[in-house]
Design a protein around this ligand. Sequence first.
Ligand SMILES: Cc1cc2nc3c(=O)[nH]c(=O)nc-3n(C[C@H](O)[C@H](O)[C@H](O)COP(=O)(O)OP(=O)(O)OC[C@H]3O[C@@H](n4cnc5c(N)ncnc54)[C@H](O)[C@@H]3O)c2cc1C
Length: 496
Amino acid sequence: MSSFQVPVELTNADESLTYDAIVVGCGVIGPCVATGLARKGKKVLIVERDWAMPDRIVGELMQPGGVRALKSLGMVQSINDIEAIPVTGYTVFYNGEKVAIPYPYRADAGPVEKIGDLVRGGNDKVSDDETIKVKDFEDSDRERGVGFVHGKFLQNLRTIVAQEPNITRLQGNVIEISKNKHNEVVGAKVDINGRGKVEFRAHITFICDGIFSRFRKELSPDHVPKVGSSFVGMSLYNAKMPSQNHGHVILGTEHLPILVYQISPEETRILCAYNSPKLPSSIKDWMIKDVQPFIPESLRPSFDNAIAEGKFKSMPNSYLSGRQNDVLGMCVIGDALNMRHPLTGGGMTVGLNDVVLLMKKIGDLDFSDREVVLDELLDYHYERKSYDSVINVLSIALYSLFAADNDNLRALQKGCFKYFKRGGDCVRLPVSFLSGVMPRPFLLTKVFFSVALYAVYVNFEKRGALGFPVALLEGIAILVTAARVFTPYLYAEMIG
Ligand SMILES: Cc1cc2nc3c(=O)[nH]c(=O)nc-3n(C[C@H](O)[C@H](O)[C@H](O)COP(=O)(O)OP(=O)(O)OC[C@H]3O[C@@H](n4cnc5c(N)ncnc54)[C@H](O)[C@@H]3O)c2cc1C
């Protein structure tokens, strides 16, 4: 817990009421669920264990699909007044060569859907501030993403929550999900400083307790994430970015992926992949040996300063396929439900689109009609698949390619970069999937295997006429590898 002074209105929630909804967690997704429901006229209790501004290296680059979802929810001004940096696309480096990948055209993504009761008084548009300009953000012909300091963004979301008259905020640690004798969820038990353990009741309880969720297991004991790698992060100050307003992905045959994006006018986040959940004994030595040589020249001074300062933060990279919400009186959402590799910065986009769909499915229902709400939640699981599977599968497939540890994966990595270099649809489609504006899993499959075939072709070119028989065998191995990194995840996402 922080040294934040807890105001009395954060501890005096009324336990004699039955709320329409309890929301557990006020990170990225909790405030959006709470605000959406409150604007639909529901009485909501939101419980957060610490309302002070968090300091984390997660959720700092929002893809255009996430920005669009915030617009649909009437909450996009949460990216205002935090010195957020507009993002117009990516620059991908591969062994020193680079290619620019601009975000898709707005016309291709179609208009943003406005959810009734949630969007009002222009809250679906950003306003002008020091770093965001309405003209650029709303009227440009291409989609925009945004980079920001995560804690500042969260505090803006929490301010929106505080302004909703139908929401009661509570600071406390949820310690138990309460059930009746039929094993149906009826509320949550909260440990409140100075008040002890208090039970609150609601028609439905939303579990938004994030990556290290304690309550996702209420869906099923085997709803457990897999952790295969980590990101080690540092803050670079006054870094000279290779491309302004772009996210950077630095790839190469000799190292693991490195991500670099600006999160404020002074601060740039660098995240360096490490292929194990257990970190090296000396992070500094590892950074100097395995990361520093591959940092583009313009970033080196700020990178070297950050190394000298030695302030490293790390996070495990988890994968957890979504699961049907089939428990009466409960809905698990956000990272508690579903996680993917953070390489493609898609977590907030999936979670926010989940909230948009949720509002459409259950926002207008009477929550005391718990069976009807459950019926809609059962359907919701299938309807979310089109967008979540694209972002989830892409993140895992790209991480496998970009962290290549065998020759077939290295061939796919090279083929992927050369594919991007062809431009046109070879850039337009992949970036549309990545940015969360093209929820079409079967088109993703087609594009992924086009990349694999292109990698085979690039390998044929490299081998030349004399190497044809070898290239043929290698081509088969490359295609088998591509199928191995892609299909099990697609299957898990689509069938699970
Ligand atoms: C290294 C890394 C980098 C990432 N980068 C990006 C990125 O650039 N872009 C992107 O879109 N996504 C990114 N993500 C994913 C993104 O951070 C998550 O998808 C997002 O934060 C999920 O939001 P959430 O609300 O589900 O969980 P969280 O944001 O984690 O919020 C959970 C909240 O619940 C509270 N809580 C937990 N337990 C309790 C309890 N028992 N009682 C009360 N309160 C509780 C916590 O204090 C917290 O406030 C990244 C993830 C990782 C690991």
